[in-house]
Design a protein around this ligand. Sequence first.
Ligand code: ADP
Ligand code: ZN
Ligand code: ZN
Length: 801
Amino acid sequence: MAQIGQVLVDVPTMQTNEPYSYAIPDQLQDQVEPGMRVTVPFGHRMVSGFVVGISDESDYDGQLKPIQAVLDLAPVLNRELRQLADWLATTTFAFRITCIQTMLPNLLKASVERFIQPTDEISAAERATYFPDGTVRPFDTEKLDATTVSGLLKLRRAGKVTVTYQVKDKAAVKTLAAIVPALPATKLQEIATTVAKRAPKQAQLLTYLQTMGDQPVAQTQVAHDAAVSAEVIRTAVAKGWAAKKALEVYRDPFQRPVQPTQPLTLNAEQRVAVDAISAAVTAQQAQTFLVEGVTGSGKTEVYLQSIAQALKLGRTALMLVPEIALTPQMTNRVKSRFGHAVAVLHSGLSKGEQYDEWRRIDRGEATVVVGARSAVFAPLHNLGLIIMDEEHESSYKQDENPRYHARDVALWRGRYHGCPVVLGSATPSLETRARAAKGLYTRLVLAHRVNDHPLPTVHIVDMREALKANGDGDFSPDLLTAIQARLDRQEQVVLMLNRRGYSSFMMCRDCGFVLKCPNCDISLTLHVDTHSMKCHYCGHEEAIPRVCPNCHSRKIRYYGTGTQKIEKALQERLPAARILRMDVDSTRRKGAHERILKQFGSHQADILLGTQMIAKGLDFPNVTLVGVLNADTALGLPDFRASERTFQLLTQVSGRAGRAEKPGEVFIQTFNPDHYAIQLAQRQDYERFFVTEMHMRHQGNYPPYYFAAQLTASHEDEQVAAKAMYQIVAVLKQGLSPNAIVLGPTPKAIARVKRKYYYQVVIKYKHEPQLQAVLEQIRQGAQQAQRGLTITIDPEPMNFM
Ligand code: ADP
Ligand code: ZN
Ligand code: ZN
């Protein structure tokens, strides 16, 4: 019986969000399986798509178009990931095809190329005009000029040319030239005897071929083992004694040897945590744990020993980290413990390397996966444990479609596999901590640092006073004295410059003019290394002005503090100090993070000066001082999570000091010394912060007491964006209960980005059974909306800016 494939075509629109039916031609009957990529005719084009289901002949009476080709030998999306894609599409209001693309490595995104070629009908003159170079040419309507395109289309209607399609499948498997014997051993022996005198090298190869068996061996290996040249092998192949084969290999993603490590003897708190998690792993229970452990309490060891339990039971483990490039120490610790079982997924890998790691996981060759946000989709089978380190980090939330949070996906997969999910942090997100308080998550507390090393002493420096005292808004005398003391004792210092909500902008002291981006509603940032002003949102770049573009005054000054400027200022104050800078500019190259950290680790520098990226995961025993140069720049941001972020960052970075024998000290410079987030960060009192902040959220009707969803409209014309938002508000007010709070429309904090104006509405609600349907209705409506108008729906944004 003829079968029908349900295919989700690779065209992200509302109309194509449901699968289309295609006939499976006889010759493909045994090849097509759900989860495979295919090419299908769609309108006048050929597009790629995913088979999401196969059914027997339906009652559709029309003529179904056939699937043209199958791109895969085995499904690339297993059943779990197909279900996950559906769930993701529904909960994040994204297209199903977009969700699928997000889950797969880049290399699997096949694209289809069109070619045009003449038929016998074409005249010589036409051939000369349209096919000067031969018979086939790429047909890319975007690249060809309009007359050529219309001419070719005319020929096509007249049957004088045909269009062919070729899939440009980027998923190239890397292969190596390999050799197999092409004749039985006895035959090879016979030939060897006859050529022995005349061609001893060939006889040598023939003898070797007899020992080989039927598995292909890399040609270089054969040449080495048989001690013959490539030429001799070529001759053997030409004579039909051996055959060439392509041997599939994995690309080697920059592997450094790691020292193997053994499990440490756990302290009492760690023991309790590992036992609880291991029990859930063994019982195959989809239980969620919150491991709330102060910095340096040995959370990583808890993760490692829990993973070991999953592996022992023949299951696999997934470990998520906020940003892999920033946490090389963490990755190395996992690799040291589990060796080749570990696959690391990160954006620093080439597309080929990513694909190879992905296949290693899919085939069960790698059983532990470490990676950042998108690694949550790693095709691990038989998951036994999922760990999410630093679960409060906002990088786990994707800011574009599909707007998913890796935590939600992790919990979904935990339920699917019946496996526990461990959320770890020194400063859990309020949402997670509140769920633990309600008993939804099991809370495991590591209240002490390993070996009872004390937490560092934290000093708050009132910069208003410091500025009055020495006129220096960057470095207080207290901090400079403390740094000098470390230099004298050969200890190391970590200095953090908080760049969030902060930049070095240019202002005219005569007229107050600020140089802004022509495309975005934001000031340009000074970059010393490229001698230019750059927009951090759209990438616009221009020369540093010498005079004010507005009043032509020469009195222009740079305000704010970039890391480069701070580095220079610090070097002037401490000429003998060896300073390493770690920021976006100094870490752009592949492997730069690791290099800088390695240099610092081997004490080739005294001070590591960096942005937020140094706050995470660093474990250097010789660091006894941490300085935060500007603690409060993020406090003023119009976001209800501003205090939470500030508290988390300060606690995190403080935790870098005094992790080994030598006690640590922290200086926090701030213009808001009385703010509770800063006061409680000084005491490193997360529990107190949690209570205080929950109170604030309760008063303001914010999460976790309320859910908050966000809708945004953007358009080049401000009126259009605003008007669309007013219409949406009307739909919301009509569809939702009176208990829902609809805020806005308001322009976003940065109202204009990349030439578009942004308006937003925030919905705060507790229980709105209709919300999903109303938002879906808005999404459907957005399809018919005005050209250039984009409506986005974020059901749970992390960022309200
Ligand atoms: P966290 O992730 O909670 O900040 P880490 O896992 O980095 O803490 O642990 C801090 C340090 O303590 C690391 O150097 C780690 O090797 C060490 N450590 C952890 N657990 C133990 C243990 N049970 N015995 C000895 N040292 C430990
Ligand atoms: Zn001016
Ligand atoms: Zn810009």
